[in-house]
Design a protein around this ligand. Structure first.
Ligand code: ADP
Ligand code: ZN
Length: 253
């Protein structure tokens, strides 16, 4: 596999220094985008993907592309997509692959995603993962970070989880006494409709059946990394940042 050193990246960037990105690129020189950091977080519902993805996006100044958020905004707006998705989401099932692939393709074409992104909630099925690979054909390799958490933990976390209606911050999942208002902005907190226990069990079943196979899909890539999601959010964030910084990438043969 082609290995590109940092000074070669600088040349390819026309002398500009890539800011911060330590990722060694594994695509042919002529199609490289020197600064791009393409991250994808995966894991069961309640693993902390959303929290960690927001932090990573802020830290690396990359767009946070969360398909669940995109769908919830569509439901809120009452758009055709939202009307189609609402009942599916309330049942804890997955929205169709074609719809999701179309949404992500459009989003990745926007200019802010050219230098990288943090994908959260996509792909969730093998066909989605295959479509994503095709979309990223001419970009840097996808860095996949799997956040692993036990089932028992998931149900406990999701039943306590609350989301800020103003800024989207996720709170409560890991705390004994969840706060009454958003610690970031003071906004009101609500429970997501699909965090009710009956729906959580269905989401978990759907995860096992349709999303967990992605671990095997990605496992043998040099850019795959698994992180223990059971400690508190700060500890997980440190491990996730470590993975994102590309140590798993540079370890490659
Ligand atoms: P979580 O990861 O906590 O389960 P998300 O906010 O990522 O929740 O997603 C909420 C819901 O939105 C999912 O249960 C599913 O119905 C729908 N959804 C989000 N992303 C996808 C996707 N890539 N494919 C199919 N459905 C999706
Ligand atoms: Zn808030």
């Amino acid at each position: 596999m082609l290995y590109v050193r940092e000074h070669e990246k600088d040349e390819a960037a026309g002398g500009r220094r890539p800011h911060g990105s330590m990722v060694t690129e594994l695509v042919p020189r002529e199609v490289r985008r020197p600064m791009a950091l393409n991250l994808m977080l995966m894991g069961p519902p309640g693993a902390g993907k959303g929290t960690q993805a927001r932090r990573l996006a802020r830290g690396f100044r990359l767009p946070h592309i969360a398909t669940g958020d995109i769908l919830r905004e569509a439901v809120e707006a009452g758009s055709p997509l939202g009307r189609a998705a609402a009942a599916i989401m309330d049942a804890g099932r997955l929205v169709g692959d074609d719809i999701m692939i179309g949404i992500v393709r459009q989003r990745l074409e926007r200019p802010d995603a050219a230098t990288g992104f943090v994908l959260d909630g996509f792909p969730r099925t093998v066909p989605q993962a295959e479509a994503l690979d095709a979309m990223l054909d001419r970009r840097n390799p996808l860095v996949v970070i799997d956040i692993a958490v036990d089932d028992a933990d998931i149900v406990r976390r999701l039943s306590k989880r609350r989301v800020c209606t103003a800024c989207g911050t996720i709170v409560g999942a890991a705390e004994a006494n969840p706060p009454a208002v958003c610690p970031d902005c003071g906004g009101g907190l609500v429970q997501r409709r699909d965090d009710r226990e009956s729906v959580v069990l269905e989401r978990l079943a759907v995860y096992r059946e349709q999303t967990a196979p992605l671990i095997d899909y990605y496992r043998n890539r040099p850019t795959f990394r698994s992180v223990d999601g059971s400690p508190g959010p700060d500890e997980v964030a440190a491990a996730v940042a470590d993975a994102a910084h590309g140590r798993s990438v540079r370890r490659t043969a």
